[in-house]
Design a protein around this ligand. Sequence first.
Ligand code: UDP
Length: 233
Amino acid sequence: MSLLYEGKAKRIFSTEQPGVLRVEYKDEVTAGNGAKKDYIEGKGRLNNQITSRIFNFIKARGIESHFIEQTSETEQLVKSVDIIPLEVVVRNIAAGSITKRLGFEKGHEFESPLVEFFYKNDNLNDPLITEDHIQLLHLASEEDIELLKNAAKAINAVLVQLMDEMELRLVDFKIEFGRNKSGQIILADEISPDTCRIWDKYSDTNFDKDVYREDTGSIIETYQTFLNKLEEL
Ligand code: UDP
């Protein structure tokens, strides 16, 4: 089947079934909009397994996504959607860009979960974008933005509970949404240690891509430990 799109971490193929795509998770890792890039064998398998488990977990708790099923170690089938070019970030604890942008101390706990939007545009370096900008660029209507924020908070609540059961803290994460043929907005893309910050409940250990961004450990060992915890649930 033909390759429709190749991104930094995944390849998307058409299938014989209309409206169904095959996603292949690649053994590649990037950080800083591709400034840092490496081939790491086994990383695709881990992210595919983790994302598949998380999508199944949230589905069981009433949150639909584009995910259909995992079909091999590195592949899954998903429903075809038009991705809305927004990165929806939810933050429970300050880390990463918000510490630099607004001066929050790393580890500061927000009173309530914070939702931010970034414009998915590599040429512009994915800038933070306001709700008015989103409407001005016709990316989403006011009602759609409200829906995205509410969906992001609902997903956060389910993920926080999942991580809590694993004795972990969900610091922040990025999700993407798409529109299906009938215009309905659904969760898409992936939820994995590539797109989340996850800290141990009782120590400074983290289980996410920061080990790669900051060169503090092995991405394979880190993601494998996270997957093991997920499988133990
Ligand atoms: N994130 C992501 N893809 C991006 C940018 C951010 O998955 O292109 C995730 C990141 O892993 C973190 C959250 O979104 O869990 C918030 O990222 P932040 O804005 O702090 O940016 P960063 O410090 O990662 O550049």
